[in-house]
Design a protein around this ligand. Structure first.
Ligand SMILES: CCC/C=C/C(=O)SCCNC(=O)CCNC(=O)[C@H](O)C(C)(C)COP(=O)([O-])OP(=O)([O-])OC[C@H]1O[C@@H](n2cnc3c(N)ncnc32)[C@H](O)[C@@H]1OP(=O)([O-])[O-]
Ligand SMILES: NC(=O)C1=CN([C@@H]2O[C@H](COP(=O)(O)OP(=O)(O)OC[C@H]3O[C@@H](n4cnc5c(N)ncnc54)[C@H](OP(=O)(O)O)[C@@H]3O)[C@@H](O)[C@H]2O)C=CC1
Length: 276
């Protein structure tokens, strides 16, 4: 497979770990990184999901099972990259998620579970990669997948809060690890069409695309292109940034065009031209 937008071999020689790489956005990212010439190690908790994905993704893809919330597993994942390839250039912290629930109904245990996965898992993996592979090698890239919109997301308050924490940590770690040549970015994903959406209530799945000004859910390859771009040398210069990929979802919540900005046909009218 070749990339639709990047040159052949754009990431040749890179070794990249993708957490949650057996499914959805992570799997699509792995496919694009492989198409750009990288060697990719995918990880997640389910061996059978990883084995099947790696088999389909091809010989430069391998897998290692582990739970990103456990420090010992995170270290084992990084060590597997080092043992197999002698290096780890880029970590894509994609594993994450939440359950859909009104803010007031989130139990303390639920807050802890979502925070432990999205903040704890992300930072545990990032620290393992930094300590064991990137700092010793004098460089690396960490890409943290977060969540858009940033102005609030009904049903996902715990995850919005957790991803905001990850974005804060992204900015801090980008500065702290810069002297070691390690860059840290976040990719804030809007609503993407992945099988994971099937678990949400029907009304949410149907409405999701309508909340995107671009008029549709994101396609997994679009997210994968952003991950490949951030894994490229340009990504190093973007260190400390949160790059939002959401079809303008962050810019608006409500009917589009906004009521009062549209005419009877539902379109935004053009003002009459004044001459002279
Ligand atoms: C719109 C499009 C946007 C899409 C965005 C995406 O990210 S798509 C990608 C989507 N992909 C993913 O989301 C994949 C990853 N997501 C996950 O693995 C889970 O969502 C997780 C983060 C909760 C797992 O953490 P874990 O294994 O540690 O959790 P656990 O099962 O042991 O529960 C602990 C506590 O949490 C609470 N609680 C949990 N569920 C519910 C519920 N349904 N109802 C109510 N409460 C719930 C409950 O308090 C429970 O305690 P209890 O009552 O049992 O004593
Ligand atoms: N789809 C969307 O619209 C959006 C998605 N996102 C985020 O993008 C990422 C991917 O989402 P998507 O592909 O849609 O959903 P998936 O549910 O398919 O992806 C989650 C992946 O993470 C893995 N994972 C979950 N928990 C752990 C853990 N403790 N340790 C290791 N791996 C784990 C899962 O594998 P396993 O269960 O085998 O461990 C799975 O492969 C998630 O962080 C998600 O929250 C953000 C915004 C929007």
């Amino acid at each position: 497979m070749t990339s639709q937008i990047f040159a052949d071999g754009a990431l040749e020689g890179q070794v990249i770990a993708v957490t949650g790489g057996g499914t959805g956005l992570g799997r699509a990212a792995a496919a694009e990184l492989l198409a750009c010439g990288a060697s990719v190690v995918i990880c997640g908790r389910r061996e059978e999901v990883l084995a099947e994905a790696a088999d389909e993704l091809g010989p430069r893809c391998s897998w290692v099972a582990g739970d990103v919330r456990e420090a010992a597993d995170a270290e084992r994942i990084v060590d597997a990259c080092l043992e197999r390839h002698g290096r780890l250039d880029t970590l894509v912290n994609n594993a994450g998620g939440q359950y859909f629930v009104p803010a007031e109904a989130i139990a303390l245990k639920g807050w802890r579970a979502v925070t432990r996965l999205n903040v704890g898992g992300t930072l545990t993996m990032a620290t393992a990669a930094y300590d064991r592979a990137m700092r010793p090698a004098g460089g690396g890239m960490v890409i943290n997948v977060t969540l858009s919109p940033h102005h609030g997301l009904a049903g996902m308050t715990h995850s919005s809060a957790a991803r905001a924490a990850v974005e804060g940590a992204t900015r801090e770690l980008a500065a702290a690890w810069a002297p070691d040549g390690v860059a840290v970015c976040a990719a804030a994903a809007g609503h993407f069409d992945t099988p994971a959406l099937d678990k949400y209530p029907e009304s949410v799945r149907t409405a999701a695309a309508r909340t995107v000004p671009l008029g549709r859910l994101g396609r997994v390859e679009e997210h994968a292109w952003l991950i490949a771009l951030l894994a490229s040398p340009l990504g190093r210069r973007l260190s400390g940034s949160v790059v939002t990929l959401d079809g303008a979802r962050d810019n608006w919540f409500g009917p589009w065009p906004p009521a009062g900005m549209a005419d009877e046909s539902g379109e935004v009218p053009t003002e009459e031209r004044r001459r002279g």
